[in-house]
Write a protein that binds this ligand. Structure first.
Ligand SMILES: [Zn+2]
Ligand SMILES: [Zn+2]
Length: 476
């Protein structure tokens, strides 16, 4: 008897199955107790839906068109007009790859499953992308047309899509697309990348520090291109006086493009500047729009800057070329700035270097030549000047810069006085090293007593500065 037990169990299971079929076929009587009806419905759902969750990503599933990759789901998105690109990305059939070819393959298979499907398609306008994928070639052509004269090897690409399109696409994709389907924006960008690679262009797509940033408006197909600046680090020596560090607009016309009579139509107060002596030949060679000059501090127009020179970063804006050897650029500057400004070498750098240069504060060594108005005894004068060696001085904001600097007292150290020499009856020359930010001319003439102590105060006679050189900027 025990042998028969399993059979008996089997019979029981079959009975249950039969009963479920019976119930789900609609034979359950309406006169049954409501409790029983509920339990029958539960069972019937289990059979129909094979235990699947009724909820899908928060919305009720329509089982006539379930999400892809269910064949009915694929049939549904084909019916509503989805294009081959979007079919490939929302179908969930990753084995078939991506792009329009795999989309058309999926479509053919769906047509084989349902011969009438093709006739049921309601429109040839894709509700997921509004046929934007058809514009990919056009977009890429426009991008390269805009960049036809620009050299670049890296690109950051963005596309702006209308908000309502994105929302509608998201709604349809969440409901009918396979879980994890690629969103429209990512798919369009990827398709554009593919098209560009397909053209054999050597472009790396990057998320930061690109050579060019491209932004396409998905509605108007307007292409905006931002050619990113390039940066050159170097040190300049200014070997001629009377040259400002940066471009100085004409005082009369305020530097307007056409200039005026007083500036000879240049718009500039000084024709030469360190910025243009170095920057112009480079701007020209790289076919760039303009330059910005970022120096590690600056010297006055009449002050030379010697030694190993002053560190700076030249920012070259919107360059058409960006790969000339730096040695060639050095040669170009030598030809252009001869006898005025010298640069020994350049290195390419990033914007980060601008901040480094701007924030760096270094001690400097100066040579300053001045005239003592009253008679001085050289030996006593030298002793008096050397008494300032290692001293801390107080400097009120100098009168000549008070219009652009806050009024305050700066405490600065004279690190060392290295040399004092005399020439003729009244000229004295000092070589000294000072803390960053020391006003050296004021240290000599005292700025009407605003700098104390000063060379003038220790000599006991008025001092008039003749010239000043920056001999060395002590930065690594
Ligand atoms: Zn589409
Ligand atoms: Zn002018």
């Amino acid at each position: 008897m025990r042998d028969r037990e399993p059979e008996g169990d089997g019979d029981k299971l079959e009975e249950v199955d039969e009963w479920q079929l019976y119930a789900s076929a609609g034979y359950a009587s309406s006169e049954l107790e409501s409790e029983e009806i509920e339990s029958e419905e539960d069972i019937s759902e289990e059979i129909w839906f094979d235990g699947d969750d009724l909820e899908f990503e928060g919305s009720t599933v329509n089982w006539d068109s379930p999400p892809c990759p269910a064949p009915l789901g694929i049939a549904h998105v084909i019916k509503i007009g989805v294009c081959d690109h979007c079919l490939a990305r929302v179908s969930g059939l990753h084995s078939k790859g991506s792009g329009p070819d795999s989309g058309s393959l999926i479509r053919e298979e769906a047509f084989l499953r349902d011969a009438e499907l093709e006739s049921k398609i309601i429109q040839d306008y894709c509700p997921l992308c509004e046929n934007l994928f058809d514009d990919v070639e056009n977009i890429v052509d426009r991008v390269f047309e805009t960049l036809s004269n620009t050299e670049f090897s890296t690109m950051q690409f963005g596309i702006h899509l209308p908000k309502d399109l994105v929302q509608e696409e998201d709604r349809i994709r969440s409901k009918y697309g396979a879980p994890g389907s690629y969103h429209l924006k990512g798919a369009i960008v990827e398709s554009i990348h593919e098209r560009i690679r397909g053209l054999g262009k050597e472009v790396d797509f990057v998320k930061e520090k690109p050579d060019v940033m491209v932004l396409v408006d998905g509605l108007t197909l307007r292409v905006d291109v931002d050619v990113r600046p390039i940066f050159l680090y170097g040190r300049y020596r200014k070997i001629s006086r009377g040259i400002p560090q940066t471009r100085w607009p004409c005082r009369a016309c305020r530097g307007r493009a056409q200039g005026c009579e007083s500036c000879d139509e240049t718009g500039l107060q000084y024709i030469d500047s360190v910025q243009d002596l170095i920057g112009e030949p480079i701007r020209d060679a790289l076919d760039a729009e303009d330059t910005s000059f970022h120096g590690m501090g600056r010297e006055d127009i009449d002050v030379r800057c010697l030694g190993s020179g002053r560190p700076f970063v030249l920012e070259v804006k919107k360059p058409s070329k960006r790969t000339l050897p730096v040695e060639d650029l050095v040669e170009l500057v030598k030809g252009h700035a001869l006898g005025k400004v010298e640069v020994d070498s350049f290195t390419w750098c990033t914007r980060k270097k601008v901040n480094e240069v701007k924030q760096s504060r270094s001690e400097k060594t100066y040579t300053i030549r001045f005239r003592a108005e009253g008679p001085v005894d050289n030996e006593t004068a030298e002793k008096s000047i050397l008494s300032l060696d290692g001293q801390v001085i107080d400097q009120e904001t100098p009168q000549r810069v008070s219009h652009r600097r806050a009024a305050k007292i700066r405490r600065r150290k004279i690190t060392s006085i290295d040399k004092v020499s005399f020439e003729g009856d009244d000229e004295i020359e000092i070589t000294l090293r000072c803390e960053a930010g020391t006003y050296v001319k004021e240290l000599v003439h005292s700025d009407e007593g605003r700098t104390t102590p000063s060379v003038q105060s220790v000599l006991g006679t008025d001092c008039e500065v003749i010239w000043l050189d920056v001999l060395e900027i002590h930065s690594e």
